[in-house]
Write a protein that binds this ligand. Structure first.
Ligand code: ATP
Ligand code: MG
Length: 421
């Protein structure tokens, strides 16, 4: 048998409720801040990601699923969500619409990575994008949304917000120089990636996961000492908004996004519930992104959360989610009552209940066995006598005494029972 490709995961029906609960929580949270869903293609022209993600990133350097289509065009499976949303925003002229533009997405993303727990080749993200506002209140809103989302998943007390500012192009240039000086004596001992980061973008060395390189970052200069007056004021305003909203954070000068068009705010929510891949959500401000894509300069802020990592975390805590149990199994004793059973099941479904009946030509006993396995509370039994009387025998899987209920009153009976038990 052919097996699943490396780094991919199946979501099985038994796990569906947890996925759906996380997705539903994401939707409800984003929507209560006025964000609406956006869907963009799974693949885009490769060029979009070269510009929209940046060619000094791991994603562009080594992780993209890029191929030529049959027309010889280079296309890439999206490695993240922002570039596609930014493209759609420009392509549909939304810069001229109501600002700020607020959208969220629930997507699959693809990166050619070394698979580990919490690191996959196909993974899923919940993300939010907020375009058009340069104000620190927009950064605060993105963080509040992210924080409310994690709280609703019961992860509030298990996650920590790390916050930093990486300044603007002007103040960051001086910082990059200081980092250069600081790392120069060690560059030969660093990993290959960091040697090239040293030349192209020394900030990204701070983000290296290699233990040796990490050691050299201890004691590195902090961006916060290099912020210009405007960037400092922006950061101070953001912190005071978060304080006012009661969101706790740790200022962490080691959080970087490292691209030219990232500016000012960067943040990550981490957890120690799930091992090494501890970042469940990351975001920041990217005021230069739209300009980089040849669009009218537009300030932007957003974040993305990894659903698989969140699921690992949710499974590790007492999550507030339970699977909805099926309501009623309708069993027929003979050929004629099976037809009636199907009709009754249909009627119960149209009243919003989860109802099943036999599809396997099983005996009554075997139907009960199946209903028990699936966790039904009731089995409604229809036979010759029941059809003649127009009422069903309602049997409880719990063993309580059976009751007789008129066909037309079954739905109400089941609802009332559920409400009272
Ligand atoms: P990391 O440093 O862990 O590689 P990243 O900086 O590449 O993460 P982002 O591009 O910021 O990640 O993506 C946002 C979130 O998506 C991450 O915080 C993480 O939760 C999730 N994520 C990223 N890459 C993967 C992956 N390969 N598998 C599963 N989840 C991922
Ligand atoms: Mg990565």
């Amino acid at each position: 048998m052919i097996q699943i490709p490396k780094g991919c995961k199946d979501m099985l029906p038994s796990e569906a409720y947890l996925w759906q609960a996380v997705e539903q929580t994401a939707r409800e949270t984003a929507e209560c801040y006025g964000f609406k869903e956006i869907r963009t293609p799974v693949f885009e022209h490769t060029e979009l990601f070269l510009r929209g993600v940046g060619d000094t990133t791991d994603i562009v350097n080594k992780e993209m699923y890029t191929f030529l289509d049959k027309g010889g065009r280079s296309v890439t499976l999206r490695p993240e969500g922002t570039a596609g949303v930014a493209r759609a925003f420009v392509e549909h002229g939304l810069q001229g619409g109501a600002l700020p533009f607020k959208a969220y997405y629930l997507i699959s993303a693809f990166r050619y990575e070394r698979p580990q727990a919490g690191r996959l080749r196909e993974f899923h993200q919940f993300g939010a994008e907020l375009y058009g506002s340069a104000s620190a209140s927009a950064d605060a809103e993105a963080i509040l949304l992210a924080s409310r989302f994690l709280n609703s998943l019961n992860l509030g007390e298990y996650t920590e917000l790390h916050l930093n500012s990486i300044g603007c192009k002007h103040c960051r240039a001086k910082y990059a120089e200081a980092l250069h000086e600081y790392f120069r004596p060690h560059v030969d001992e660093m990993c290959e990636d960091c040697r090239s980061r040293f030349v192209k973008n020394p900030l990204r060395i701070l983000d290296c996961k290699n233990e040796t390189c990490k050691r050299f970052t201890v004691g590195a200069p902090s961006m916060l000492d290099y912020l210009c007056d405007d960037c400092r004021a922006h950061f101070e305003t953001l912190k005071s908004l978060l304080d006012a909203a009661g969101v706790a954070y740790t200022v962490d000068p080691r959080i970087v996004r490292g691209l030219d068009y990232y500016s000012r705010t960067v943040f990550e929510f981490t957890t120690d519930l799930i091992g090494a891949q501890a970042t469940v959500l990351g975001g920041g401000r990217y005021d230069g992104l739209l300009e980089q894509m040849d669009a009218k300069p537009t300030p932007a802020v957003g974040f993305a959360a990894g659903i698989e990592r969140l699921l690992l975390a949710v499974e590790a805590v007492d999550a507030p989610f339970v699977e909805r149990l099926p309501d009623v199994y309708v069993a027929g004793m003979d050929a004629a009552s099976r037809v009636r059973a199907l009709e009754i099941a249909e009627e119960l479904r149209s009243k919003g209940l989860i109802a099943e009946c036999d599809l396997m030509d099983r005996s009554l006993k075997a139907q009960f066995k199946y209903a028990d396995k699936l966790g039904f509370t009731f089995v409604v039994v229809i036979g010759e006598n029941e059809m003649a009387a127009g009422e069903a025998e309602v049997r409880f899987m719990s063993g309580s005494e059976a009751e007789r209920v008129k066909f037309g009153e079954l739905a109400q009976y089941i609802r009332d029972y559920r409400r009272n038990h």
